[in-house]
Design a protein around this ligand. Structure first.
Ligand code: UD1
Length: 379
């Protein structure tokens, strides 16, 4: 039987950990042969290349190198380049992941060439159309043929939007597959320099990059006020995305932050430490040992729930409600008194009892490939 040619698309950092387990599973399968396309939406060594190493991912067969740009420019450039790949590679199906511009651009290109589209992490909704990711999710889901969901809310949202039941497949969370498969590497990872002394001491881990939190001076200053106030309880390690770092310089608050460098000897309460983006395993290690996470990331809400680490999400809403209803996550907006009261509870060891959502068990990619084999496995 001729193998089915699957083109898997990645483009930005959060795609890598979702796609790696699926690629690995497909490479063992006798029905499918996969190629990997990297759109180049993220292109820096630290935003992209290190993840291929840490996640043991095959090198891309096609690199589109589109880089940064406005939403329209980035999406259009990816569509133009991906159309050429589809003409050359003639895929039997295209798999996209998550909610970034690459997801939207490649699903739209494929569906117009009448190539079936599979969406990994379908159905999530924040119900906030000011988020670029929400538009990407709605459009991608509406044109995909197979919708792989990670949590019950995804199934409910898709049904409400009129998606046919046979398109929806609840397979669990492939990002958790990546955490499970990398867990064994944690003890081999040494935290370098000043971070080496952290083991055992309480600290908070912070990340922010959502346009609504960082693009304007007022919300970004509120974020910094929150982190400074949190540091009264324990030192804060602020891992800054390139988008955030750029804005910090512009609002003139970067000097209040302590850059982590080799000369730093000790991490102290009362300070917010600024770190560059980190490789997957190093970030995983910092996250698994911290007292709590302050974030606006989508993926980190899920990873902390799986790890049982308290998570305070500095947003008005979440497209991942199971992390709040079942897991360790709580929405705190940019409200410093709420954050402070949550941190007091966390420091006294009384955070809510939490459970891991169904099918976040390290086997989601296996379930996905079984479904794909049933649908596309016949010639
Ligand atoms: C994108 C995703 C977001 C995801 C985030 C994770 C969209 C609409 N947004 O946001 O959902 O949570 O990735 O990181 O797709 N830059 C670099 N190096 C890089 C890539 C970007 O310095 O390798 C800088 C550029 O200045 C760029 C800015 O970061 O303009 C923003 O990058 P972009 O891809 O537009 O969106 P993100 O904010 O990363």
């Amino acid at each position: 039987m001729k193998k089915k040619h699957v083109v898997n698309v990645v483009g930005a950092r959060p795609n890598f950990m979702k796609m790696a387990p699926l690629l690995r599973e497909m490479s063992k399968d006798e029905v499918f042969q996969s190629s990997l396309v990297h759109t180049g939406q993220h292109y820096d060594e630290i935003m992209s290349k290190v993840f291929f190493r840490d996640l043991n991912m095959q090198a891309p067969d096609f690199s589109l190198d589109v880089g940064s740009g406005s939403h329209a420019v980035q999406t259009a450039e990816i569509m133009k380049a991906f159309e050429q790949v589809c003409h050359r590679a003639k895929p039997d199906l295209v798999i996209v992941a998550g909610d970034v511009n690459s997801t939207l651009a490649c699903s739209l290109t494929a569906v117009k060439l009448q190539i079936p589209v599979v969406h990994l992490e379908a159905g999530l909704r924040s119900f906030d159309r000011t988020m670029p990711e929400e538009i990407n999710r709605i459009v991608t889901d509406s044109i995909s043929d197979v919708l792989f969901t990670t949590e019950e809310s995804g199934n409910v949202n898709l049904r409400r939007e009129g998606v046919a039941e046979e398109k929806i497949h609840f397979i669990g969370n492939t990002m958790i597959d990546s955490l499970v498969s990398c867990a064994g590497l944690l003890f081999q990872t040494r935290l370098e320099g000043a971070l080496g002394g952290l083991d055992g001491a309480p600290y908070f881990l912070a990340t922010v990059h959502r346009p609504s939190n960082v693009d304007e001076p007022v919300p970004l200053s509120q974020v910094l006020d929150i982190l400074e106030s949190a540091s009264q309880y324990a030192p804060v390690l602020f891992v800054a995305h390139p988008r955030t770092r750029g804005r910090l310089g512009q609002i003139g608050r970067a000097s209040a932050l302590v850059e982590i460098d080799d000369k730093l000897r000790k991490i102290r309460r009362g300070s917010v430490y600024l770190l560059p983006p980190l490789p997957y395993i190093e970030f995983f290690k910092l996250m698994s040992k911290c007292t709590a996470v302050l974030t606006d990331s989508g993926g980190i809400q899920e990873e902390t729930t799986f790890l049982g680490i308290p998570c305070l999400t500095m947003r008005e809403n979440t497209e991942r409600p199971s992390t709040v209803e079942l897991g360790t996550n709580q929405l705190v907006r940019l409200d410093e008194p709420i954050v402070s009261s949550c941190l007091k509870t966390i420091m006294s060891g009384k955070w809510k009892d939490a459970a891991v959502p169904p099918l976040w068990d390290g086997h989601a990619a296996e379930r996905a490939v079984r479904v794909l084999r049933k649908i596309f496995g016949r010639n």
